[in-house]
Design a protein around this ligand. Structure first.
Ligand SMILES: C[S@@+](CC[C@H](N)C(=O)[O-])C[C@H]1O[C@@H](n2cnc3c(N)ncnc32)[C@H](O)[C@@H]1O
Length: 294
């Protein structure tokens, strides 16, 4: 990443830094001097609308500051998956915290011109989710205000509906269309992941994608549950598979194997390039899991 890009990201860690960085970026844009800011994205060879969507998001919101839980390479892997995965339908996120991942999901939908995001969370944190109660206390016991502020700042309020409550309870009254992409990132215990998967599976469209985050987290039950379903269930397609050591994606039912392979390779390319360009970006589970089927 360029020196300019790095300075931008670093200064965005504080509110004052963000305001200043935005003003400087605006000035640099006006005199046409910030072309190098785009270089990392050019190297990622994302489709045009996906790139513009990201640029718009980053002009409003910083990806590393403010209490988001997902590192940039994983955010981009999930963004790429959500943008590229075929089909109609909506996107559901189980576990939104302060809404950083939600912004990437919603921007992917906005960039492809269709789909709504449902963000399901108690906004009260959990130990199982790797969210200590201390972290919630920093937000006054709930991340709901931070979530709403972030949606407003990112100008994504029209694309996102929050379903406030327990993930399993919310599945019973899900108001959206069949799900094209389901991101599971709430209770990371084996039982928690099992409950979420089983509660939401009926809402996933045939050919829909289910993405598990924290697959490589050693103390979580995610990997054990995913490995169990991909070996035991016939209706779970083990593709695209492990698109990143910490992100595992499977498809519901048949007919997507060839396409999934192409998408998996595209996402792997994004992750590798991000890891190379963003120093310190790959933290969790680095080098733990080989790409499935490779
Ligand atoms: C790991 S955090 C999500 C991080 C977020 N996706 C990100 O990357 O910034 C887990 C979230 O799941 C929520 N959560 C955990 N168990 C839940 C449950 N059973 N029902 C609803 N929300 C839950 C917590 O409140 C927490 O906000």
């Amino acid at each position: 990443m360029s020196v300019l890009g790095q300075s931008y990201y670093l200064s965005c860690r504080t509110r004052i830094g963000r305001v200043t960085a935005r003003a400087m970026l605006g000035a640099l844009r006006r005199i046409g001097a910030c072309r190098s800011f785009k270089l990392p994205l050019d190297a990622l060879s994302l489709p045009g609308p996906a790139t513009s969507g990201l640029m718009k998001l980053w002009s409003r919101l910083h990806w590393m500051g403010e209490d988001g839980m997902m590192p940039p390479d994983q955010l981009l892997a999930i963004y790429r998956l959500t943008y590229t995965w075929p089909g109609d339908g909506d996107v559901v996120e189980l576990g939104s915290w302060t809404g950083l991942t939600t912004c990437y999901l919603a921007t992917a939908c906005a960039s492809r011109g269709r789909g709504h995001v449902y963000a399901v969370d108690t906004f009260a944190g959990t130990k199982e989710g790797g969210t200590s109660y201390d972290a919630v206390a920093r937000h006054g016991g709930t991340t709901w205000p931070a979530f709403r502020r972030r949606m407003r700042e990112a100008d994504l309020e029209g694309r996102v509906t929050a379903l406030v409550g327990d993930t399993v309870e919310q599945a019973k009254a899900y108001p959206g269309n069949p799900i094209r992409v389901l991101l599971i990132d709430a209770d990371h215990s084996f039982e928690g992941v099992r409950r979420d998967f089983e509660a939401w599976w009926p809402h996933v469209a045939p050919g829909g994608l289910i993405v598990f985050h924290d697959y490589a987290m050693p103390e979580a039950g995610v990997r054990r549950y995913v490995d169990e379903i991909v070996t035991r269930r016939d209706d779970v397609e083990v593709s695209p598979g492990c698109v990143h050591p910490n992100v595992f994606a499977v498809a519901k039912e048949l007919g997507v194997r060839g396409e999934a392979r192409v998408i998996r390779e595209a996402v792997a390319e994004v992750s590798a390039l991000c890891a190379a360009t963003m120093s310190g970006a790959v933290r969790v589970g680095e080098g733990l899991a080989p790409v499935a089927g490779a």
